[in-house]
Ligand binder design. Structure first.
Ligand code: PRP
Length: 204
């Protein structure tokens, strides 16, 4: 059996759809259920940011997670495949009428991705204050908590509806298939077989 950690939401739905096409099984989670056994697989539904923990600790053999999360947490796993779902980008956002003033003595950035933000602004040699938030990041510049945000942009709707715009793009992201290093040795045949099936399916 292969244990698969999936991030709740669109990426899990899109990944399960790929599994359905390959294996012809149902792969549907009940309303609030967090574990699903189907065929040779056991799926876990977890928060996006928790996927690296499940996989590195070996509670899951493989997982699907955004490249942004892998970059943020510098996760020690085997990166197998770009699943070509969950496409988004990590951007610096400011108020519509604003720009980032690099001459300021310090720039305050609100984000749930402090490492990506710090690395990005380190290249620009400015003083940075990171304000770590856990959600609704777009609110921060509107209420004077931060000068700008570093956050995920998918459709751009959240920024638009809150009067923000993309000032700079830091990185493109999409969901990647990853494996626990030990699982990749112990269950190599099963994991590689799955890898080849997924690769063939998403290349159609
Ligand atoms: C993410 C992200 C943005 C939004 C971007 O938040 O942090 O707020 O999605 O998507 P969009 O460009 O399609 O509008 P999420 O929905 O995960 O909620 P959170 O703020 O609670 O983390």
């Amino acid at each position: 059996m292969i244990k698969v950690a999936l991030p709740k939401g669109r990426i899990a739905d899109d990944t399960l759809e790929i599994f359905r096409k390959i294996f012809g099984l149902t792969f549907i989670f009940e309303d609030r259920k967090l574990i699903l056994d189907e065929g040779d697989f056991r799926f876990f539904l977890v928060r996006n940011q928790d996927i690296p923990t499940y996989v590195t600790e070996g509670a899951a053999d493989i997982g699907v997670v955004g490249l942004d999360v892998l970059e943020e947490h510098k996760v020690d796993v085997v990166r197998l495949l770009d699943m070509r779902v969950g496409n988004c980008k990590v951007c610096v956002g400011v108020r519509q009428d604003d720009t980032i003033d690099y001459t300021r003595p310090e720039i305050k950035i609100a984000t749930k991705m402090p490492n990506i933000a710090r690395n990005y602004f380190a290249q620009k040699a400015i003083a940075l204050k990171i304000i770590k938030l856990y959600g609704s990041i777009e609110l921060a510049p509107l209420v004077g908590l931060a000068d700008a945000i570093v956050d995920v942009v998918e459709t751009g709707t959240t920024m638009k509806q809150n009067g923000l715009k993309v000032a700079e793009t830091i990185m493109q992201s999409s969901a990647h298939l990853i494996a626990n290093k030990n699982s990749f040795i112990i269950k190599k045949d099963e994991i590689l077989s799955l890898y080849h099936k997924i690769k063939a399916e998403i290349s159609k």
